[in-house]
Write a protein that binds this ligand. Structure first.
Ligand SMILES: [Zn+2]
Length: 122
């Protein structure tokens, strides 16, 4: 995969043959640092340049990205935020948490179980 295929930002920049550390803006011909070469380089400085200097081009990139996201999104695919919500443990003040604590305390008291019961695997 070429660099150009990876990021939409490359529609607006070229890398000069004599200096791989910079990218040249196709709009204003400014030289922008790529903060490295190859895999170490980053497009964030290029994106930032578009964001502040060429708002119209930046808006186009954002629109294309949004289009790709909705194209790739399948309705049955769960959103990562939903997944995070599900794996998050209950807060100690959560009603469900309080209810569980009460139930466990009741079980320990009624069945005369040791407190270490809560550290058991089950
Ligand atoms: Zn520019």
């Amino acid at each position: 995969m070429s660099i150009k295929a990876r990021s939409k930002v490359w529609n607006y920049f070229d890398i000069p043959e004599d200096d791989q550390f910079v990218a040249v803006c196709n709009v204003c011909k400014s030289h922008i640092s790529r903060c490295g070469v190859g895999k170490k380089s980053s497009t964030s400085s290029l994106l930032k340049h578009l964001k502040f200097k060429h708002t119209e081009e930046y808006r186009k990139i954002q629109e294309q990205r949004q289009g790709e996201i909705s194209e790739n999104f399948k309705p049955n695919q769960r959103l990562i935020t939903n997944f995070i919500k599900k794996t998050k443990t209950w807060d100690i003040t959560d009603a469900r948490s309080i209810e569980m604590h009460k139930a466990i305390a009741e079980m320990i008291a009624l069945d005369n179980q040791p407190y270490t019961l809560v550290t058991d695997r089950g």
